[in-house]
Write a protein that binds this ligand. Sequence first.
Ligand code: ADP
Ligand code: GLC
Length: 482
Amino acid sequence: MDQAERAGRPHAELIPLRVLHVAAELYPWVKTGGLGDVIAALPSALSAEGADVRLCLPGFSTLLDAAREHEVARLATPFAVERVRIGLVELPGVHPPAYIVDHPAFFDRPGGPYGGPDGGEFADNHRRFALLGWVAAALAAGADPAWRPAIVHAHDWHAGLAPAYLRARGGAAKSIFTVHNLAYQGFFGADIFGELALPREFFAMEGVEFYGGVSFLKAGLYYADRLTTVSSTYATEIQTPRYGMNLDGLLRARSAVLSGILNGVDPEVWRPAAGGKAPAKAALQRRFGLAEDPSAPLFGAITRLTPQKGMDLLLAALPGLTGLGAQFVLLGTGDRGLEQGFASAAGREPGRVAAELGYDEDLSRLILAGADVIAVPSRFEPCGLTQLYALRFGALPLVRRTGGLADTVVDATPETLADGTATGFAFEDESAADLLAAAARAVALYRDQAAWRRMTRRATTRDFSWQAAARQYLALYRGLIG
Ligand code: ADP
Ligand code: GLC
C-alpha cells in the first residue's frame, strides 16, 4: 500500500482529468459550420475515455431554452456593471455538463452567434467573447468550488482570450488552443484593448498585438501551452506563407507544441437511412426538379459560400460538367455573387442544375444520401466534415488536395483502384480546369458500375472515429499535467 492509498486517496492517475472545453457553437443548438459538430462530439468522446469534461458556452437563448440551469456563481467581471450569472446545465443527449455564461445583454439577441439578422457582425463581439474567455479562466481559478479544471481547451478565436486570461492569472490551469479555421481571426482595433482588462504589457508583438490591432486568434496561438489543428496536413500548411494568414511566423516559432489531430464523425448523428442510393437519388432529383434519370451521375455540394470553399471554381466548371452528362445540386448560402451565379446557372439548365440558397440540415442529408459525388473544391480546408459525411453516405468526394481533404480522401488512380483503397477524386490546382478534369475521371468511372460499387463500398466502411481523436487529445493533456 502506498502513501496515497493509506491516506484514503486514489492514485493520481485514477483521478479523472478535469477538462473544460470553451467554444461558441454546439450542434444542434448553435451551429454555423463544422465547429458546432465537433463540440457536440469530441467532449463526449473524451468522457467515454474517462476524462471529467465540462463545456463553457455563451448563454444563447437556444441553449438556455434546451435545459434548466442551476446557478453556480455570480461573478463581478470587467465587462458589465451587474454581476454575470454562471449556470450549469445538463443538455439533452450525451453532452457533458455545460457552464453557460448567462448574460442576456450580450447573448440573447436576434441573429446568429456572431452577427445580426442583416448579416453584419455585432459591434461588441470583442466584449462578448472576451467575457467567454474570462469566465473560463475564472472557472480555472475556482469560480465553481465544486469543480475546477486542470486543463482549459479553447476552440477558435471566440475562445482565444482564455489562454491569455489564464496567463494573466498566473496559470491557474494548463491550456490547449485548437484552430478550426485560421481565416477567422477576431481582429479588432487597438482602441478596444483597454476594455479587455488584460495586463498592459500583453499589447505587444509578443502578445495579443497583430498589425497594430488586437487579434483574439493570435492571443490563443501565443499564450496556450499546446496548439492543435484539425488535420496533420493543415498543421504543416499553416506554417507556410501560402496558408498561414500572416500567422505562419508565429506558428513556425511554436511548431514544437503544434500538432494536427483529425476530426471524427459521430456515426449516430450521420447515419444513412436504410434503403440505399437509388430511391434516395430519385427523391433528390424530384425534390430539386432534376430529370429523374438514374444513370446521370449526380454531383452535389453542401457548403458555406465563402472564398475558402472554392465554389467559384465549381461554378466556372459547371457547363463542362453538365456537358459530360452530369447533374448538379447546390445547397449553400453566403456570398451574394455566388448565390446569384448558381441561381442563374440553374435557370439556364433546368432539369440538370438546381440550387437551394439557404441552410437546411434535413436537405443536407437528402443530398448526402442521394448524390453520387459530393464536391468539396476548397482553397484551404482545416479538416472538412462534409467529405467525411459523404463517405459514410456512399457519395464519393471530389476534393482539392489540401488540409484535411488530402488526409481523408484517397484519389482514384490505376494503383488505388487496383489495390481497392480509392475512395474519391482529388485535384491539385485552384483552377476550374483541374476540377473539371477530376470530375471527368469521376464520370468515366461512374460508367463502370462494378468499379463504382467497389469504391462506394470502400468509402462507406472508412472509420473516422472520435475515439481515435479523443485518445490523442488525452495523450496531449497528460503530457501537460506531467
Ligand atoms: P466549415 O466548418 O468550414 O463550414 P465543415 O465541412 O467542417 O466546414 O462543416 C460544415 C458543416 O456545416 C457540415 O456539417 C455541413 O453539412 C454543414 N453545412 C454547411 N452548409 C450547409 C447548408 N447550407 N445547409 C446545411 N448544412 C450545411
Ligand atoms: C472549420 C473548418 C473545417 C473544419 C471545422 C471543424 O470550420 O473550416 O475544415 O472541419 O472547422 O473542425
